[in-house]
Write a protein that binds this ligand. Structure first.
Ligand code: DOR
Ligand code: ZN
Length: 404
């Protein structure tokens, strides 16, 4: 048995001086004193690692932007040991064959554990495999379809599914494409897309709204549905971010939206933190027709740990939003430091806040909207008891497993 000793986050108790016993990747004991074959004492704090249920690792299809190796290395270095990949790869993940292909690629290349989201297509619920394919969830995008189709697909899946339907909450009729001269033009093009979409979505406990971006959208959340928010919609707005590089869907908004969403996040009304890691190369971002999306899986936890250290967020809320709540939402028993859980742990020195250095990040996109922002990166990251990252260096090749 390996033993990790330190001030550890125990749900319901908070930070407690304890020993964590780990055997074959699982936590087998949590006790004041434990003897094991390898005993490592940590000076900082030990938290459950994060589970990011919203990433785009671009594999298959766009290996110049990211792939399962580089995307998962970003995750590992940033304290995320499990992710769910979105289906807008090429080909889209929309049937059993594309699902199995992606699982097989991820199994051979990913250093973190993973799940795969499957795209909602016309006639999805007629598929013989619907709700038997081990997708992490269904994903519905508002692109290339009418609003009538968008809402009827959502309703049909919600009526028939027994797993979450994640929607991109923007109304197809309210996403305009007027030319962009500055970042605020993109926001203007989609000013009411989110609240209009959410006001028309059916209430369902299976519905999950991705990347909430507006206060008005929050107010229109369908009853019984859950939601997530990304660091860029909590921390960036049209006042502190002007670059067209920061074009993202849904767009950046105002300081007032940031603070309204942040309050709801603090109170747990928005239960889940996700990154929407959506890398594009800087050449693509600077082209005449820049794609939407920001990289973020590597900086999400470090930025939010800095928020905790500056007193703007409770550690209990961060741990819940990054580890416990996403696991629970997707029906997985993990994300806590307790007996029987996978030994997915991050070690943190809360005093080690440093400006984000682009050269140390692992994404192929090779840029970040958070360059020089203060952040606290984990010193060690363990996936099922194995050290996979240490001070930003990757310590393992592959080894990630499908969790679903
Ligand atoms: O900004 C975005 N980029 N929003 C999305 O929903 C998709 C993503 C992407 O895949 O690039
Ligand atoms: Zn996304």
């Amino acid at each position: 048995m390996d033993v990790f000793e330190g001030k550890s986050w125990i749900s319901g108790q908070g930070l407690v001086n304890t020993c964590i016993g780990v055997d074959e990747g699982k936590i087998t004991a949590v006790k004041k004193i434990l003897k094991g074959d390898n005993h490592t004492k940590f000076e900082g704090i030990i938290l459950p690692s994060a589970f990011d249920m919203h990433v785009h690792f671009r594999d298959p299809g766009y290996p110049h932007k990211e792939d399962w190796k580089t995307g998962s290395e970003c995750a590992a270095a940033g304290g995320v040991t499990a992710v769910v990949d979105m289906p807008n790869t090429n080909p889209f993940t929309s049937d059993l064959e594309t699902f199995n292909d992606k699982v097989s690629t991820a199994s051979s290349k990913s250093v973190v554990d993973f799940g795969v989201g499957v795209n909602v297509e016309k006639d999805l619920t007629e598929q013989t495999w619907f709700d038997t394919i081990p997708a992490a969830f269904w994903k519905l995008y508002p692109y290339g379809i009418s609003s009538a189709e968008y809402f009827s697909y959502a309703k049909e899946v919600l009526d028939k599914t027994s797993k979450p339907l994640v929607i991109h909450g923007e109304h197809p009729d309210h996403m305009h494409n007027e030319p962009l001269n500055e970042l605020s033009d993109h926001t203007q093009n989609r000013l009411i897309a989110e609240p209009e979409c959410l006001a028309s979505m059916p209430s369902s406990p299976y519905l999950h709204v991705a990347h909430l971006s507006t206060l008005e959208g929050l107010n229109r959340m369908p009853k019984l549905a859950s939601s997530e928010v990304c660091p860029h919609h909590l921390l960036l707005n049209l006042d502190n971010c002007h670059s067209l590089d920061c074009k993202v869907d849904p767009p950046l908004r105002t300081k007032k939206d940031n603070s309204g969403l942040y309050d709801a996040f603090r109170e747990g009304k928005i239960p889940i933190l996700s990154s929407d890691h959506a890398p594009h190369t800087i050449e693509e971002k600077r082209s005449d027709n820049p794609p939407s999306g920001l990289p973020g899986v590597e900086t999400m936890i470090p930025l939010m740990l800095n928020e905790v250290s500056e007193g703007r967020l409770e550690l209990s809320r961060l741990v819940n939003a990054m580890s416990e709540a996403p696991a629970e939402r997707l029906g997985l028993d993990r994300g806590r430091i307790s007996e029987g859980m996978p030994a997915d742990l991050i070690m943190i020195d809360m005093k080690n806040s440093k400006p984000i250095d682009l050269d140390k990040l692992h994404s192929k996109s090779n840029w970040t909207p958070f360059e020089d922002w203060p952040a606290i990166f984990p010193s060690q990251v363990y996936r099922r008891g194995e050290l996979i990252a240490e001070s930003g260096e990757i310590r393992q090749e592959g080894g990630g497993q499908n969790l679903f």
